[in-house]
Design a protein around this ligand. Structure first.
Ligand code: SAM
Length: 467
């Protein structure tokens, strides 16, 4: 096999990151976009000692796991990479990936991993979408084949995978809502009419950078956050007038400024154009205030399922002291607080902690304490002396998992009940492998917050071993 060879392959299984693979005499060939059970024609574009990667050219014989993708941009857009896979097959693949993470990264092949809990809404499930403007429009194969002329100097949509400068000009998107997709189209038309220039990722010129839409699942509130390279009061006043007319559903409009080179919707300053600057959404019994820069689980309904699993695994009693580490805006803490004596939340980002405190107050919850700090430094003997030894420990770290110091501290502290919530089962299983002298894994529940992507949340219930 050489680079450029065209192969006929029978696809065996899903691999990491949503790719699929097959083996030729033990040699692994990854084929992104293929589905287990497919017979495909694919061209080798990368060849390494242990594996090759091949681009899918043709599905000769489709797998029964396949379904028709809903979106015209599927295959080119980085938003949904699994729309060609039936939802039950997606869930099975995610369950398998958690099992494999516990077996391979955790050395825990016998861990009880339940089938992933699927979402009822597999489209229009995101409460937040971050669209990008770009002076480099990427065309889909269908757009190229159409033979039409396209202005490639303006795009508003999502990035193509692995290309920070190129953006697909999306006329449809099924991730947030029909309203949101129509609003994106209206904003594009307005910006073109006004001749506002999009950001050029290499020259670092242009005005329009991102369009962030937050749409609450349980209230009618919608936030529009337009990220631009500088503030222009006249433009924003004109856009506010336009928006109130064509999109009266928008309850608050913010203009965030990012003049730096980094392609991020976080900015140096935010100007409130109209409305309160926040929206409200509900998880469980509580209402949360969400600011433009606040972390909030992007799938509101499935976040509730996730927290319910974590709470069931914790088996709370009214006397429990609970630590909620990596607590974000305190959503787990507040969900748990009515069932226990006290919750202590720790979070690195001070704004999120301010949010958490305000949310506690607004919901009339007083048995919570939030601390700002880096877990690696804060989680020590002084912290435990100050707050008391917890009966239940809940952690929900970022993708990288726990710092080794935090893992050691958990091993020494050894609370009776320990729940590890994770958006990355690989780092979760690895962290837990270092704690197996102290804890045993009772069960693991994957929860799907991200249909049509390979991402999965995983909740592990740990029980202290008898000493
Ligand atoms: C996956 S989020 C969990 C948020 C929250 N549990 C929720 O469900 O909304 C992880 C959180 O950990 C915070 N974080 C990251 N590194 C941290 C550190 N070293 N110390 C404390 N918090 C950290 C992030 O800011 C983020 O809010």
């Amino acid at each position: 096999m050489k680079k450029g060879s065209i192969l006929t392959l029978d696809i065996e299984k899903f691999a990491d990151r949503g790719k699929s693979l097959t083996r030729l005499d033990g040699y692994v060939v990854f084929v992104p976009g293929a589905v287990p059970g497919d017979r495909v024609k694919a061209r080798v574009y990368r060849k390494r000692k242990k594996f090759a990667e091949a681009a899918l050219l043709e599905v000769i014989d489709p797998s029964p796991l396949r379904t028709d993708p809903k979106c015209a941009y599927f295959g080119t857009c980085g938003g949904c990479k699994w729309q060609q896979v039936g939802y039950q097959a997606q869930l099975d693949a995610k369950t398998q990936s958690v099992k494999e993470a516990f077996a391979h990264q955790g050395g825990l092949p016998d861990a009880v991993v339940h089938p992933a809990l699927g979402a009822d809404d597999i489209f229009y499930y995101r409460n937040k979408m971050e669209f990008s403007f770009s002076a480099g429009r990427w065309l889909t194969p269908a757009e190229i084949q159409s033979g039409d002329d396209f202005d490639t100097s303006f795009a508003l949509g999502l990035h193509v995978p692995g290309n920070f400068a190129k953006v697909l000009d999306l006329k449809e998107c099924h991730l947030q809502s029909e309203w949101s997709a129509a609003f994106v189209n209206a904003v594009r038309e307005y910006a073109l009419e006004q001749d506002w220039r999009p950001w050029h990722a290499r020259k670092h010129t242009g005005y329009l950078r991102h369009l962030v839409i937050r749409q609450a699942a349980h209230t009618e509130e919608i936030m529009v956050n337009l990220v631009t390279s500088h503030h222009d009061t006249d433009r924003m006043e004109a856009m506010a007038t336009w928006m109130k007319e064509v999109a009266p559903q928008v309850t608050t409009f913010i203009n965030t400024i990012n003049s730096g080179v980094a392609q991020t919707a976080f900015g140096e300053e935010a100007h409130l154009v109209f409305g309160s600057g926040v929206i409200h959404d509900r998880i469980g019994e509580h209402t949360f205030e969400i600011a433009s820069n606040a972390f909030f689980q992007t799938n509101t309904k499935q976040a509730e399922t996730l927290y319910k699993v974590a709470a069931d695994y914790a088996g709370f009693t009214p006397e429990d002291l609970v630590y909620d580490l990596y607590c974000g805006a305190g959503t787990i803490s507040l969900y748990v607080a009515p069932h226990v004596k006290h919750v202590v939340g720790v979070e690195l980002v001070d704004e999120a902690v301010q949010n958490a405190r305000r949310n506690a107050e607004a919901n009339g919850i007083s048995n919570v304490t939030f601390e700002t700090g880096d877990m690696m430094k804060l989680f020590n003997e002084d912290f435990i002396a100050k707050h008391g030894k917890p009966d239940v420990l809940i952690v929900d770290p970022p993708r990288a998992g726990l710092h080794p110091k935090v893992v050691r501290q958990i091993g020494e502290l050894a609370p009776e009940r320990f729940i590890y919530v994770s958006c990355n089962p690989q780092s979760q299983a690895k962290d837990l492998s270092y704690l197996m002298d102290t804890y045993e894994v009772v069960q693991v529940q994957p929860v799907d917050l991200f249909p049509h992507t390979h991402h999965i949340e995983s909740v592990a219930q740990l029980r202290l071993r008898a000493q």
